[in-house]
Ligand binder design. Structure first.
Ligand SMILES: Cc1cc2nc3c(=O)[nH]c(=O)nc-3n(C[C@H](O)[C@H](O)[C@H](O)COP(=O)(O)OP(=O)(O)OC[C@H]3O[C@@H](n4cnc5c(N)ncnc54)[C@H](O)[C@@H]3O)c2cc1C
Length: 391
């Protein structure tokens, strides 16, 4: 196969699919290549916490119907420390703005259904092996000799370990990262949520975060050592630590159930800039990573995709390159603000300096930060602005 299109999109995750839907609807031709099958991409459970501004983004483009109909509104977050709960209600500061809990695989499913129903070209089980000549005549080369695609623009929406970032020559891309000295064990359980909002428990043994996913599925995150794996965490240990870290001095019920998936999330922040090289644009996790605390990853990916779609529509349909040319600069300002917020929240939620002589001091700083959040309306307003996402 040797083909031609305006935009070649690598990856059918949230970023790739939103970009594809917006371009296709605007009459810009595109082809999406996805290395996995449809079942895999529409059932891969990752994020679910959708920010206010991303809900508005989807609503603006008429893509929020299922999310608004079946997603759960979240208008509070709870912190726990020393057996006490510290609830934070978004109102009145949020003035009607809230999170929606809508698993990202449902959104990916919605976008795929729509794109295909509207005649979009999406090729599953078609891995991209390489991207060539992005400063000349860009070409996407498929794996296993399955052909190539010439395009005017390549959108690398292929996640943290994709081929797009690797296609940028050394020296043309600057990547800066930060590795936390702990990890999170992520646990998906067939258990009804034990709370109708996110719980961030700050405990001497490490953080425990509880997030509802659907009425029958809950996710728990347990702060753990970087080298720990599922072998270190048999089911009994998981539930014992969840119970311990979420403990309250008042009655409450923890719902447990069969554990359906676990994984170790290495806590890493990364930003690569610029998010463009020649006619290759990097979008979402291909350009930047945040740890899951605060739920920013797929929200940033969707916001990148919208900005790039609007820029490419102006460039390829109307001949005006200005918005596409400012994509990287415009997005990096937002991405760094999110990085700063997530870094701050990581220090708030996770037990700092675990096992070191600095731990007692840092633990008290952590408690003082929570006390300030509870005491100062100005501090709380600043937190909500970034957490709920309306800036
Ligand atoms: C456990 C966990 C929980 C999370 N929780 C949240 C949360 O609550 N809120 C939040 O906002 N974010 C969360 N995130 C982050 C979020 O999932 C990611 O930021 C988001 O998936 C990024 O979307 P993307 O489209 O950029 O990349 P991805 O979702 O990674 O999609 C990339 C796609 O490209 C495909 N691909 C890769 N290489 C190739 C190739 N060579 N050829 C063809 N296709 C290719 C992949 O198969 C994949 O389908 C979480 C992440 C994890 C791991």
């Amino acid at each position: 196969m040797s083909d031609r299109t305006q935009v070649g999109i690598i990856g059918a995750g949230p970023a790739g699919m939103l970009l594809a839907v917006l371009l296709h609807r605007a009459g810009v031709s595109c082809v999406v290549f996805e290395r996995r099958d449809r079942e895999y991409v529409t059932s891969r459970a990752r994020g679910a916490t959708t920010e206010h501004r991303v809900v508005e983004l989807l609503r603006r483009h008429g893509l929020a119907e299922n999310l608004l109909a079946t997603g759960a509104v979240e208008d509070a977050v709870e912190f726990r420390l020393g057996g006490r709960r510290y609830p934070v209600h978004y109102e009145p500061l949020a003035a009607g703005r809230s999170h929606y809990i809508y698993p990202q695989q449902f959104l990916v499913r919605d976008l795929i259904d729509l794109y295909l129903a509207e005649g979009g070209d999406l090729r599953f089980e078609t891995p991209v092996a390489a991207i060539d000549d992005v400063t000349g005549a860009p070409r996407i080369v498929l794996a296993d000799g399955r052909g190539e695609l010439y395009c005017e623009v390549v959108a690398g929406c292929d996640g943290e370990y994709g081929v797009a970032r690797a296609a940028v020559p050394a020296g043309a891309l600057t990547c800066v990262d930060y590795q936390y000295d702990y990890a999170w064990l992520s646990v998906l359980a067939q258990a009804p949520p034990s709370s109708d909002c996110v719980i961030n428990a700050m405990h001497e043994s490490g953080a425990c975060v509880h997030v509802r996913r659907t009425p029958t599925v809950s996710r728990f995150y347990l702060q753990c050592g970087r080298d720990e794996t599922r072998e270190h965490w048999p089911d009994e240990r998981i539930w014992k630590e969840v119970r311990l870290r979420l403990t309250l001095d008042e009655p409450w019920t923890l719902h447990t159930g069969p554990i359906t998936a676990t994984g170790t999330v290495r806590m890493r922040s990364l930003v690569c800039s610029p998010m463009r090289y020649g006619s290759l644009f990097l979008v979402g996790d291909a350009a930047h990573i945040v740890p899951p605390v605060g739920g920013k990853g797929f929200n940033l990916a969707l916001a990148d995709a919208e900005e790039l779609a609007l820029g490419l529509i102006e460039q390829l349909r109307d001949g005006d390159r200005r918005r596409a040319d400012s994509y990287s600069q415009q997005r990096l300002a937002r991405i760094w603000r999110a990085q700063e917020f997530v870094h701050w929240m990581m220090d708030l939620v996770n037990t700092p300096g675990h096992g070191t002589s600095a731990a007692p001091f840092l633990h008290r700083v952590q408690a003082a930060r929570l006390a300030r959040l509870m005491d100062s309306p100005a501090y709380l307003a600043a937190f909500l602005e970034d957490y709920v996402g309306w800036w």
